[in-house]
Design a binder for this molecule. Structure first.
Ligand SMILES: [Zn+2]
Ligand SMILES: [Zn+2]
Length: 311
């Protein structure tokens, strides 16, 4: 128990150090982008470079309007100066034109006034868009930050599994039991030269080793059954399902006694909806179910520790 807690603590420290590195880089990233963003461009806009920046590219309607403002000095029909602008038709007018039936009900402005008003409209539009752009940029950064967090978690999980493979406890234990069996066989070979007391001692030692071996067998059997379930389940686990499956597996082991007759898939088949198609075709589902089972084991471990503290 204590050793496991130490490992767990190490993992948490490792993952938190990764997390702080990640968010530090994410912050510097947002800092960079912020210095490039918005404010400078907004200033350009209000400094009067509006026609150079926005109009030509963004708004054909306004582009045409400004072109027309520069066009014809005098009206072709009335030979009077085109000093007015119809805001509905977006054309230059002379005073006589403005009085005609066609434009009489339209909003007609002085040419300069119209230009200023359009300028203000475009400027306002640009400011608004710049603000929205900044907001979107903030969200984009936030989403990147989230992806970085996910990547950190993936890295933590990868490290965790690599460590588990490297220090694979069951492999070490099996090796130890194998060595002990070798020793016992050697002792048996020279037993005819030993006292009966020595033979009893060997028998007792071997019996303890057998208990250990059987416990390991059950433990590994349950583990592999759970692994099969993770591998073959076609949908996302929950704690209740894992609990139910573990109880079923445990009962099978206890009642059957003979693990050899414990048919593959008898438990898994009993759980409705679990198909052989399974999650091996979907690595994300496989990972999700693995992670949920890991969370379940940790919660069970925590509960056990709490119960032990209460006793
Ligand atoms: Zn006219
Ligand atoms: Zn008009």
């Amino acid at each position: 128990g204590g050793g496991g807690g130490g490992v767990e603590r190490d993992r948490q420290q490792r993952s938190s150090s990764i997390a702080s590195n990640g968010s530090a880089s994410a912050l510097s990233g947002s800092g960079l982008l912020n210095s490039n963003s918005g404010n400078n461009n907004v200033n350009h806009g209000s400094n009067g470079n509006l026609t150079n920046i926005g109009v030509g590219h963004n708004n054909n309607n306004h582009n045409n309007s400004l072109d027309k403002l520069k066009m014809a000095e005098n009206c072709m029909t009335h030979a009077m100066p085109n000093t007015l602008w119809c805001s509905v038709c977006n054309i230059l007018l002379c005073r006589a034109c403005a009085a005609t039936e066609e434009h009489r009900t339209h909003v007609v402005k002085n040419k300069m006034e119209a230009k200023e008003s359009l300028h203000a409209d475009i400027s306002k539009e640009l400011l608004g868009m710049q603000k929205t752009l900044n907001d979107v940029q903030h969200l984009v950064l936030k989403q990147r930050d989230f992806l970085l967090k996910i990547l950190e978690s993936c890295t933590t999980l990868k490290t965790q599994i690599e460590t588990e493979l490297l220090n694979h406890m069951p492999t070490l234990e099996i090796t130890e039991i194998r060595e002990n069996l070798c020793k016992a066989r050697l002792c048996l070979d020279i037993l005819d030269k030993q006292t009966p007391a020595e033979a009893v001692k060997l028998y007792t030692t071997l019996h303890a080793e057998k208990q250990r071996l059987m416990t390991k067998y059950q433990e590994m059997f349950l583990q592999c059954k759970l692994d099969d379930m993770i591998r073959n389940c076609g949908y996302v686990f929950d704690f209740e399902l894992i609990k139910q499956a573990l109880v079923q597996m445990h009962n099978c082991v206890l009642n059957g006694g003979n693990l050899d007759n414990f048919g593959v898939g008898s438990v898994i088949g009993g759980l409705n909806g679990i198909t052989a198609a399974g999650s091996h075709q979907n690595p994300i589902l496989l990972l999700a179910n693995y992670c949920i089972s890991q969370l379940y084991s940790r919660q069970m471990l925590l509960l056990k520790q709490q119960q032990q503290q209460q006793q």
